[in-house]
Design a protein around this ligand. Structure first.
Ligand code: SAM
Length: 455
């Protein structure tokens, strides 16, 4: 291929990547999950274009608040009055100018072209004028944190106002700023070797030598690693006893304990990362039930279990009405559906889909799951309640209300010598992994022991 033909091919590929990113934003606007939409629209692109499209779509979703704060200064009406497709193209164009190395003239021209293709030629003048006005003016400094924390953290910090306000009521402004910074950075790929310790990571590292995949141990997190080079799929093929998982998530498995009392049940199990981690610790031959109300997601649990050699029984069931005998479970994990405010960096569209109403309805669902599933725990058995939320209503307040209703349960601290790093267990004995303190996701868990009536 001649250099000119190659350049033309690349330009066409980049145009396809921008359009694919736009399609993802369009789907997310209609309520779709970014990952599912990306899987559909990015599939046909080659590797380079796919990574550009992913960066543009996910970057715009993460920094939407920041981009909108800047765009609002260059549009002569409230942004909500713009056609939503035009607004998404403006965000895509500005993101390329501010956050990537794409030359500004190319970013603007290609955005104008893209908007013309999907929204009609009549919008190109507006898109061109707004982007050029923003470039002429340059980026404005965000308001200082001590003068207007809400404006800074919603604009530059790119988080919805209701969340910023509730976090500012709870934590110092500097802490909230660190949290939004973590949320705005794409996470590294991390995981764990199921056989546990540093030796497990070392043998995985050796098994990967010469494959183009490189991992490094994660300080503080037993068995944890960071993918430095290569493809996660290839890593899992070469090291079947590994899972891709954030430390905040595998710390919940550590919090359950080294030898969970059998039988073990995990009733909100999909996609299965904790379930597989628990199975690796279970007594040989003992039963582990992995349930979820979402049958399609449950299939992922079966695949993850099969790959890691974990023997699990899958049950598609609503944890509010579990189909298991009362007092038949030794260790019950309830990793309930939640707002996921500890994982916003990982799920870039999520912050814009949440709101106080969704929080309230999830708190109700969590309570119903606790009420429905707690009777399964046998006398002396353990219920571990966990979330990837930072909100007290879903975490300690939910647990306190449960303990008021159920005096037969009491909260307890994790076992001595657990694999948890120092500083992640609070004064009550609950697990609390905070994104700004270790650069991980956030997670919460409580250990609730049922009184032993036989003792
Ligand atoms: C936080 S995710 C679980 C993540 C999983 N434990 C892991 O580590 O891979 C919550 C799960 O609860 C499931 N779920 C939602 N409502 C449920 C219900 N009423 N009963 C059982 N599962 C439910 C969702 O389908 C989702 O898979």
């Amino acid at each position: 291929m001649t250099p000119a033909a190659e350049t033309r091919g690349r330009t066409r590929g980049q145009a396809e990547a921008r359009t694919a990113a736009f399609r993802v934003l369009q789907d997310v606007r209609s309520g779709a999950h970014a990952d599912r939409s990306a899987a559909e629209h990015l599939q046909a692109l080659d590797d380079r274009e796919r990574s550009l499209a992913r960066e543009l779509a996910y970057g715009v979703l993460r920094l939407r608040g920041r981009l909108d704060a800047e765009l609002a200064r260059h549009v002569d009406r409230p942004l909500e009055e713009l056609d939503p497709g035009v607004l998404d193209w403006l965000r895509l164009g500005l993101y390329q100018c501010r956050e990537t190395r794409i030359p500004e003239h190319a970013a603007v021209n290609e955005t104008v072209e893209g908007a013309g293709r999907t929204e009609g030629r009549h919008v190109t003048g507006l898109v061109n004028a707004v982007l050029r006005s923003a470039l002429r003016a340059g980026e404005a400094d965000p308001p200082p944190l001590d003068e207007d924390p809400v404006a800074r953290l919603t604009g530059w910090g790119s988080h919805p106002e209701w969340l910023v306000r509730r976090w500012l009521d709870r934590w110092p402004a500097g802490t909230v700023e660190s949290l939004v910074e973590v949320d705005n950075r794409p996470p590294a790929v991390t995981g764990r070797v199921l056989d546990g310790d540093e030796d497990g990571v070392e043998s995985a590292r050796r098994a990967l030598e010469g494959t183009g995949v490189e991992i490094r141990p994660l300080d503080e997190w037993s068995g944890g690693f960071r993918l430095v080079e290569g493809d996660p799929g290839e890593l899992l093929r070469r090291v079947p006893r590994a899972v891709i998982q954030d430390p905040a998530s595998f710390s919940v498995v550590d919090f359950v304990g080294r030898e969970p009392r059998p039988p073990v049940a995990d009733l909100c199990a999909a996609p299965g990362t904790k379930c597989v981690g628990l199975a690796a610790r279970r007594e040989a031959g003992s039963l582990q039930v992995c349930g979820d109300s979402d049958r399609a997601r449950l299939e992922a649990v079966g695949r993850a279990g099969g790959r890691a050699g974990a023997d699990v029984r899958l049950v598609a069931a609503d944890a509010r009405r579990p189909a298991l005998r009362p007092a038949s479970v030794g260790t019950l994990l309830l990793d309930v559906p939640c707002t996921g405010t500890g994982t916003l960096r990982r799920r870039p569209g999520l912050r814009w889909r949440q709101g106080p109403d969704r929080l309230r309805s999830l708190v109700r669902l969590q309570e119903e799951i606790l009420e429905g599933a707690a009777p399964l725990v046998e006398s002396g058995g353990l219920l571990v309640y966990s979330t990837c939320s930072l909100e007290p209503e879903e975490n300690e307040e939910q647990v306190e209300r449960f303990l008021e209703r159920h005096p037969e349960f009491r909260r307890e601290e994790p076992e001595d010598g657990s694999d948890l790093p120092p500083g992640v267990v609070d004064d009550r004995g609950d697990l609390r992994v905070l994104p700004w303190s270790r650069g991980t996701d956030g997670s919460y868990a409580a250990r609730l022991r049922r009184a032993d009536r036989t003792g």
